[in-house]
Design a binder for this molecule. Structure first.
Ligand code: T1G
Length: 698
């Protein structure tokens, strides 16, 4: 991050209006120095008899986007943000906050301490604290309900998503929206102000507190029913109820206590780690300037190709999608069209927006239309011969300087890059399905890739609003980049537990209890058992490695999961949730008998620990091989790509809740059963020897 200027807050004057100008790049986070600067400027302006009103504004891209999250694990500095908001609110002169960019969290709370708020048209405001496992801790839970009403306030804080300035004005949160010069408009607004200037408390009116209480009670029940009753969510509702029932001073004390409790919680620590890990992952060693990108070429209009096309259209790119034959083109058009029809039906897009987006899409069967594409993404099936042929044709058609990418997740990137005839312009862009929704993209980099090609791919991922994680691929390093390598270990460990005595349902239940939305066997049924089966058949098998044949035997029965209404579970017609497939349990029992395995029983904790241990060891192996640059990169991939519970921070973050030495010991106890899976990674040994943590490597 850029160094904050010496004085992150300046006091300026325009006639009788004082302006408190914040400048603390990149997002004007309200760290201790900024808070002290604002407090000093406020006192000076209040004491100045020539000043009739005060405007708080910020330079740079946004009004403060929150408290400084990096300070949360440090000793508190005076004045606290809540204290500062109260100072503003009790100022004897009217204070106007001028909002632009994304006024979030503590930034919006600072603005709600002011007496009036004016925003630029494109500003967005919100209280996203719940995404960090905490709640607004500087008066937001008390002032927002008073300004917009308890229900809207509760919705906004539980959703954690920003709203536009226009919507905020309709809610009563913003007093004025301006399309002109924000600072000028704020000064003019301040000049118009006559006393008295109402605080949120004075503006608040809860005519029917009981009606609101019914809403908060119902919301609490709803959260519990949908499994979203996190500590922070329940505390937010408690604080909104306090806003209805007790004076603001008491409510602020309750909020403070709730905030401190949430801040110390493991889930908040995990979510704050995830926040910074995904931003750190975006820092690649390649710092060459990216090439210009406006048109994207995509070859393959299947689920992945169509999803990638939608993701690009959503962000304003021109897209040329090439499919083979008219039927392929029509199928791709149907997939993309259906997506937009659904988005319009759900009100996420207007008809006009949907139609406009599609004007940027060109569908064709001709590869030679890719000549003006800046980035071309190959997204055909995971068939090496097919990919090699397509990539060669792409290399023949692409203009000089275009960046070429393959969406492969398992095949040999070096070989595919060579096929294009320009390996230095070729990288891996491994999108995760559904590509129009999933935020993760693994940017796979091989030895011959140009830095500018890598930077261009990374810039594309950022412009798509996605999270880029770099995977370094060298010859001889296992296929599957980061996520699929960890996932494969996780699944093999689960299959070993299955072979030793656990049932699919026990394992799935244990991992849902861990926080995954679905267990490994539910996911397998959803993805289709034939997909993983095909990959196993095409991958060379290491004779010394433990291999479990149960999944192959299930596929041999034609039980492929949800698509055949039968896999590890049986899915009655139309049902999404299956019931355990008794025939699979019989097949597993027969398999154990054939292999002379005596059935063991496992507790949920043993299942969870074994699978977590396995993921940590796989992550440590990826770090040892240099495929992943940081432990936080592994965490980011597992959270965004495979639903690892964000509140736990990721497997490598979780590993630090114990010690590498203890992890080593537990792996060594398992090692004999599957050396390929449970031999401790060299990095683990190193950390154990040096008594260091994974966090030391981030
Ligand atoms: N504190 C510290 N650093 C922050 C930060 C924050 N609040 N927000 C962003 N950064 C850093 C980020 O790590 C990155 O650093 C750089 O700024 C650019 O961020 C009391 C307790 C504002 C929408 O949760 O949502 O207030 O990698 O890459 O994509 O109730 O940042 O360059 O070194 O994300 O343009 C509440 C979090 C805090 C907002 C901009 N606020 N930030 O997105 O840039 S808790 C938030 C964001 C709070 C009070 C409570 C986004 C953004 P580096 P970026 P972006």
């Amino acid at each position: 991050m850029k160094q904050a200027p010496k004085h992150p807050v300046r006091l300026e004057r325009q006639g009788s209006i004082a302006l408190i100008v914040i400048e603390n790049p990149p997002v004007n986070a309200l760290g201790g120095a900024v808070r002290r600067g604002i407090a000093a400027a406020l006192s000076a302006a209040e004491a100045n008899p020539l000043v009739t009103a005060i405007v708080i504004c910020a330079n740079g891209r946004t009004f403060p986007a929150g408290a400084d999250i990096r300070e949360f694990n440090q000793p508190a500095q005076e004045p606290g943000l809540g204290q500062l908001c109260t100072m503003i609110e009790t100022c004897s002169k009217p204070v106007v906050a001028a909002l632009h960019g994304t006024a979030l969290g503590g930034g919006l709370e600072l603005a709600m301490g002011a007496h009036f708020r004016i925003a630029s048209t494109d500003a967005r405001v919100g209280l996203p604290e719940i995404n960090l496992g905490i709640l607004p801790g500087a008066g937001g839970t008390q002032r927002l309900p008073r300004l917009v009403g308890a229900e809207l306030a509760m919705d906004m804080m539980l959703a954690g998503a920003p709203v536009s300035a226009g919507i905020a004005a309709e809610m009563g949160l913003i007093d004025r929206v301006t399309g002109g010069d924000l600072r000028e408009a704020a000064v003019a607004f301040a000049r118009e102000l006559s006393m008295p200037h109402p605080t949120a408390e004075q503006r608040g009116q809860f005519s029917d507190a009981n009606a609101y209480m019914a809403a908060t009670k119902a919301r609490r029940a709803e959260l519990k029913q949908t499994g979203q009753a996190s500590r922070a969510a329940l505390k937010i509702i408690d604080c909104v109820e306090a806003a209805l029932l007790v004076p603001i001073e008491t409510g602020l004390e309750m909020e403070r206590a709730a905030f401190e409790e949430c801040l110390r919680s493991p889930e908040s620590q995990g979510m704050r780690h995830a926040f910074f890990a995904e931003r750190a992952a975006a820092k690649f060693p390649e710092d060459a300037p990216p090439r210009d990108i406006s048109r994207i070429g995509i070859v393959g209009g299947g689920m992945m190709g169509a999803g990638i096309a939608i993701a690009c259209l959503q962000r304003g790119f021109d897209v040329t999608l090439v499919e083979q034959g008219e039927s392929g083109v029509n199928t791709a058009l149907e997939r993309i069209g259906t997506h937009y029809e659904r988005a319009i039906a759900k009100g996420r897009l207007s008809e006009a927006q949907g139609a406009a987006a599609l004007t940027h899409l060109q569908l064709t069967t001709k590869l030679d239309t890719l000549g003006d594409a800046d980035v071309i993404i190959e997204a055909v099936g995971e068939d090496e011969e097919l990919k090699l042929r397509i990539l060669k044709e792409i290399g023949d058609q692409a203009r000089q300087g275009a960046v070429l990418a393959t969406n492969t997740s398992y095949l040999d990137l070096m070989r595919l890059a060579q096929a294009t005839g320009r390996p230095n312009d070729t990288v891996g862009l491994h999108f995760f399905a559904p590509a129009q929704v999933n935020k993760l993209v693994e940017v796979a980099v091989h030895d011959d890739a140009d830095a500018s090609a890598v930077s261009t791919a990374q810039a594309l991922v950022k412009r798509l609003g996605k999270v880029a994680v770099r995977a370094k691929v060298s010859s001889g390093v296992g296929a599957g980049y980061i996520g699929n390598r960890v996932l494969e270990a996780y699944r093999l460990a689960a299959d070993i537990l299955l072979e030793e005595g656990a049932t699919p349902q026990q394992i799935d239940t244990a991992m849902r209890g861990f926080g995954f939305k679905m267990g490994p066997y539910q996911v397998a049924d959803m993805s289709g058992l034939d997909i993983a089966h095909a990959r196993r058949q095409s991958s060379p098998r290491d004779a010394d490695a433990r291999y479990v044949e149960i999944a192959d035997k299930i596929v041999a029965q034609g039980w492929l999961g949800q698509k055949t209404h039968r896999g590890y579970y049986v899915y009655p017609e139309g049902a999404r949730d299956g019931v355990p497939n008794g025939d699979v349990l019989k097949l597993i029992a027969a398999h154990r008998a054939e292999n002379g395995i005596t059935e063991q029983s496992f507790t949920e904790a043993e299942i969870r620990d074994t699978l977590l241990l396995t993921m940590v060891n796989a992550g440590a192996q990826l770090l040892t091989e240099g495929v992943a640059a940081r432990p936080g990169d592994v965490d980011t991939v597992m959270i965004h790509g495979f639903g690892y519970p964000r509140s736990r921070g990721g497997p490598m973050f979780e590993a630090d809740t114990t010690t590498p030495a203890l992890i080593m010991r537990r792996l060594e106890a398992l090692q004999a059963q599957a050396p390929n899976l449970w031999t401790p990674a060299p990095l683990l040994r190193e950390l154990a020897r040096e008594r260091r943590k994974f966090a030391d490597l981030n």
